[in-house]
Design a protein around this ligand. Sequence first.
Ligand code: GLC
Length: 629
Amino acid sequence: MPLSTSVLSEVAVRAAAQLDESDEFIDRLATYGGIAIGHLEALYGDREHFEDALLDIFDVAIDAAGARSEELHRRDRAREANPRWYQSPDLVGAWVYVDRFSGDLPGLVDRLDYLAELGVSYLHAMPLFARPDGANDGGYAVSDYRKIHPPLGTMADLEKVAAALHDRGMSLAVDFVFNHTASDHPWAIGASKGRVADQECYFTFETEEETRVYQPWLRAIFPDEKPGSFIFDGTMERWVWSTFHNYQWDLNYRNPETFRRMLGEMLYLANRGVDVLRLDAVPFIWKEAGTTCEGLPQAHQIIKAFNALVRIAAPGMVFKSEAIVHPDEVRSYFGDDMPAGRECELAYHALLMVELWEALATGYTHLLRRSMEAHFAIPHRGAWVNYVRSHDDIGWGFADEDAFALGIDPGLHRSFLTATYAGTAAGSFARGTPFQVNPVTGDARISGTTASLAGLERALLHADEAAIELAVRRILLIHGIAIATPGIPLLNLGDELGTLNDPSYLYDPLLAADSRWIHRAPFDWRRAERRHQDGTIEARLHGGIARMVRMRARFPALGGGRRYRPLDVGNDRVYAAVVGEEELVVLGNFSAERHLVELGGFFTDVLAEEPIHERCVLEPYALRWLVPE
Ligand code: GLC
């Protein structure tokens, strides 16, 4: 009997003995069990006792299904009946640091009206879990996946947040930092103390020499902190792989036990009511000597195996990938449309974000257009997550080949963009701050809030009314393009109020070295009040964004999928795109001048509520959403 058949039969027997008769676990096992085994076999098939390892992995899935609440089982069934539920045009996301938005998790429940008012139906609560006391990368160093960072509340509070969101028809997303744990996670402490089973969950080396097999190929992510990817742990007296910060230790997925443990943590979170799991730093999870250790085939296989097991034990949950790499690599984390190729259902559309800022800096849209033409298409099942600002820096991740094809030198162009947004280039409207300037490669990234990067801070500083007007338009323009792109728009809460840079992080020794805190400002509830005062910047931004959010629900083609086509309107200052079969035509003027565009045909601008015949005028930074008549 092939291994897969015998293991699946045994799993089915165990599941039948343990789970309720009404549980569809065994039906799902029939579809996804063989797929999970196929991927796991490719990863671990040559291991001794592989069959036992497989059974242990499936036991975790059975236990999780047994522990899942009746309410979540109902949610699973509803989503299986509507498997592309996340492709609905009325799904609009927002992300927040809970402490900076509502103080804590119980406080968040009281703030849901604000989200509802903005039309938000998907909330991404930034890292929530226990973390080291000192530096912890904003919670991206996790000390315990089953414990909430105490100032934020408890796991029971998180369940209440999930239930409150679900009651309102909203979804909850949380981070799953699965490439590394904090160096004070119990497994890491066990490893430090010499516990072999724990040590095998990380990459540790006796001598620095051994790390040199890998080091020359690896990219420095935080070059400000350390040049390489390894640190020496004095307690263990061994070298440890740490791609990111010193206190973030990379997990070793070559060990099936690491996979099993992390599946347990993942399903534990699924059972708290999480709808979307943001898979952090996905490209890094598999290492192979002589490679960059990013985006290797095995990394994809691990995600596919996780996904198949989630389909069996908690099918109401989907994955969102966070990969800040070449645009085609980013796309690859969707996998394909066959059940065995299913990887992440959602992915951050970093290219769109980068290109919106690139087009604002240059006033030209040809690289934006080419980028969307070349890299937008995704599997039928996937949906892009479209955003203008995340909690991270902006790295200029357009594809070099696209730049070359347009006669742009990618290196020089990136330096220009960094100088523009750092505010040092002549004529720049922006006030940002550089992040992780790498003197070796010349690479640099940018921090700053949407409003400060779009010119609002500088304009307010100079009390320049005309410049304020342009900044407000820039903010609405890039939001309008992101909101009118198929997928899920993800708002950075605070952007709808024009939140400016917050330099106070410089006074906190734990944060001062990380300029990303400049754009993670506390949410200003007093400023939020001004959204009701006509004529204020807050009212214009909040009103404009909320209106586009509501409007988008009218266009089914915005719900996801691939039907999106940039359009050449014969003017490089204007970006144009067609959504669906001409359901919506989006036009955006990325320059500070007025432009006339010949369209041919009759349209209604649904934002301005104005008929457009044959041609239309675009004021500086104007945005139009046109519906053919
Ligand atoms: C992701 C996060 C980033 C964090 C890194 C390490 O890129 O978005 O904030 O520093 O992972 O976990």
